[in-house]
Design a protein around this ligand. Structure first.
Ligand code: NAI
Length: 699
């Protein structure tokens, strides 16, 4: 049952019932139109109330129907709304909790609307690269006025019902109920009060004008252009609302629909819709049922108060979870504590945090130098030096002191989690929580699943990730996990490009033009070039056959580790972060090239981007094949939330799907012909080759 039909005296009540948010899928739409027909056929019924069961009036379109033909099957949203408008008996929408997208458009098709306070009202389609497609752009300005409606449509942000009800002259709500609890009762009384009133009021018949229309829409376009440069939808929202003011209702509706359908095909909307689904899918682990019992995490201990430990601690303090911080030496503890306080103080100075919140958060933080003080914590996260010997001694101590059932997590970025787990008698309780720097800011959390990690530990850590507002993605154990394993291939290509003829600035510019927040060399300078250097030194021993450009090593030999040393691939003025191209580095690159006997060639931006991005895609295909990631969309989430991949391109796997895997493979075969590149690497991963041959996609 996706909607229930009941009769209360002379009023029929249709209650949407399609959890979790009463999405308007085909079955629900049918149940609504059936209910309308039944109510209209019943002579005892004088009016109809449309409401929602549970946590929402309606959240709008059913995401399960996204991109399927079901969405357009009759009755589609437009025809359901038309059926409501055409009902011979008045329909009253009784709105509470959530009224968004198609849910709001449905309410706008009703003859009357009564809302509970506290309801979130929105047309969020723009966040999916779309405009509302079932009358939202035509009806909302008619009830709210052009400016208030356009603000809601362009931003997609929810506005509280009581605020909307207080807008002068608004016709969105006929009445604001006293509370969500009394909503239905008040709606029934209201329905009886208007049951005999004719003609039935229709939003479509209201006037829609702006006194300075042309000037206002020009202003709106200028504002929107500045804010949404890579996205076409926000400007289309302005066009559609303008159409509501200049065209007859039905013509405006036709304009809205054709604009909506055109936007559905844009790469930006496809990317945003993909991300919407990918975000939800990331929290689902194929062999860990959603109802897996979780362990309670009411307190957390953190080992190491360095760069990562401090940032990790802040996540939990922000979420109201007490943290005990352990360090090896009192000075290190002092330093760590001071950094956390300084970070919070900076937020207070910027007005982002209130002083009492700072005090509250710092009040949840305690410190110790002794493992014996940690035993009661429900979870412990280790963030000490990246050295297996140090990790071993820490995990042996944790095994000794932590209470049974406590979760033992490591923030290691490169070490073998299974080996770390083997230092304890309880490998089932050991998991990786790979935060990204700065850990209090970056959204991504790679949850590393060891071969013994228990399912309830995984379920608990995924839920905890949500609580601390991270996007959590599960990764199996391998060197670099998902994100860093791929970025290594990207970095290797960046190095080859220097050897073949590029400057660091040329590579960065091409990648930034593609939409990355930062090119590989600027990113290296930010993260510290010494990190990659340490990894390569290990590789030279472990994998002597692996080919690297030597330029990055030469750079590090000069002590140019990046921003922290005031010089890296670029020069930096004291206290500034602006990357200034360095004559010294450019000469170093040229000299190295000459020493290899390479004649430089002109390399196009297209080749730069393809080599860097496809290198990641090929590595990702191996990662998928090995089961390190359970789905391609997880890899996209890692890159979107942890590595600055352009949102409007949907992540590397989605992007490759859009380019066409056949084309990606063709390009790789071209790159394999380049004697200065790594031909073996460019052999397409078997999964990629197979999908390309079958004309399929990753996602
Ligand atoms: P860091 O050097 O800034 O901090 C490490 C802290 O651990 C130091 O304060 C040190 O005094 C303390 N420590 C060392 N041995 C200890 C012991 N036996 N008991 C207690 N405290 C001890 O290092 P960072 O950057 O915070 O890295 C920590 C871990 O996080 C490493 O495993 C690293 O690979 C990982 N990681 C680092 C990232 C980064 O960007 N820095 C990103 C993701 C992971």
């Amino acid at each position: 049952m996706t909607a229930q039909y009941q009769v209360h005296g002379d009023i029929a009540v249709i209650t949407l019932n399609n959890p979790p948010v009463n999405g308007l899928g085909l079955a629900t739409r049918r149940a609504v139109t059936d209910g309308l027909a039944q109510a209209n056929a019943d002579t005892a019924v004088k009016a109809i109330v449309l409401t929602g069961a549970g946590k929402a009036f309606s959240g709008g379109a059913d995401i399960k129907e996204f991109d399927t033909p079901e969405a357009m099957r009759e009755p589609n949203l437009l025809s359901m709304i038309l059926a409501i408008e055409n009902s011979a008996k008045p329909v009253v929408a009784a709105i509470h909790s959530v009224c968004m997208g198609g849910g709001l458009e449905t309410a706008l098709g009703c003859h009357y609307r009564i809302a509970a306070p506290g309801c979130n009202v929105a047309l969020p389609e723009v966040k999916l690269g779309l405009i509302p497609g079932a009358g939202g752009t035509q009806r909302l300005p008619r009830v709210l006025g052009v400016e208030a409606a356009l603000n809601m449509i362009v931003s997609g942000e929810p506005v509280k019902s009581e605020l909307l009800a207080s807008l002068p002259g608004q016709k969105l709500f006929d009445k604001l109920a006293a509370s969500a609890e009394s909503l239905l009762e008040e709606a029934l009384i209201f329905a009886r009060s208007i049951a005999d009133a004719r003609p039935l009021p229709l939003v479509r018949n209201l006037k829609c004008k702006h006194p300075q229309g042309d000037a206002y829409f020009q202003f709106a376009r200028n504002m929107v252009k500045g804010m949404a440069k890579n996205y076409p939808a926000p400007l289309k929202c302005v066009d559609a609302v303008e159409a509501a003011t200049k065209q007859k209702f039905d013509a405006g509706m036709a304009f809205e629909l054709s604009t909506f359908l055109n936007l559905m095909w844009t790469p930006e909307s496809r990317a945003l819709r993909h991300i919407f689904a990918a975000e939800r899918a990331a929290s689902k682990i194929p062999d860990v049922p959603a109802d897996t019992a979780q362990r309670a995490i009411n307190s957390v201990a953190i080992i190491g108060a360095g760069t990562m430990g401090g940032g990790i601690a802040m996540n939990f303090l922000n979420a109201g979870i007490p943290v005990k911080l352990l360090e090896a030496k009192p000075e290190a503890l002092e330093r760590g504590l001071a950094t956390i306080r300084k970070n919070y103080e900076a937020q207070v100075a910027k007005g982002k945090l209130k002083q009492d919140k700072l005090d509250q958060r710092m009040g949840l933080l305690s410190t110790t130098l002794s493992y014996d003080d940690l035993g009661d914590a429900d979870m412990v996260i280790e963030a000490v030096f990246e050295d297996m010997g140090v990790k071993k001694s820490v995990f042996q101590e944790l095994d000794r002191v932590m209470k049974p059932g406590a979760i033992l997590a490591s923030n290691t970025s490169t070490l073998d989690l299974d080996q770390i787990a083997s230092f304890t008698q309880r490998p089932q309780d050991v998991v990786g929580t790979h935060f990204f720097s700065p850990a209090n800011v970056m959204k991504l959390l790679e949850v590393v699943r060891g071969k013994a990690t228990a399912k309830d530990v995984l379920a608990t850590v995924m839920a905890l990730g949500k609580k601390i507002k991270k996007t959590s993605v599960v990764s199996g154990v391998c060197d670099g996990f998902i994100g860093n394993r791929m970025i290594e291939q990207y970095g290797r290509q960046a190095g080859f490009l220097l050897d073949e003829g590029c400057t660091p600035a040329q590579v960065d510019k091409a990648v930034e033009k593609f939409g990355f927040a930062m090119g590989p060399f600027r990113m290296g300078d930010l993260a510290g070039n010494d990190i990659g250097w340490a990894i390569r030194k290990r590789r030279y021993v472990e994998m002597p056959g692996m080919k690297y450009s030597k330029t990055a090593d030469l750079l590090c030999e000069l002590g140019r580790f990046g921003q922290k040393t005031g010089a890296g691939w670029y020069d930096y003025q004291a206290g500034k972060r602006d990357a200034v191209p360095s004559a010294l580095v450019e000469k170093m690159v040229v000299d190295h090239r000459a020493s290899l006997g390479i004649t430089p060639r002109k390399i196009s931006d297209e080749e730069i981007v393809q080599r860097l991005v496809y290198a990641m895609v090929n590595e990702a295909a191996h990662i998928l094949e090995e089961g390190i990631a359970s789905k391609a969309s997880d890899i996209d989430m890692v890159y979107l939330t942890g590595y600055g991949f352009p949102i409007y391109r949907g992540g590397p796997m989605h992007y490759a799907d859009q380019v066409g895997l056949f084309n990606v493979v063709q390009a790789m075969q071209r790159f394999a012909q380049n004697p200065l590149d790594d031909a073996a690497f460019w052999t397409p991963a078997p999964l990629l080759a197979k999908l390309a041959a079958e004309g399929k996609t990753f996602n």
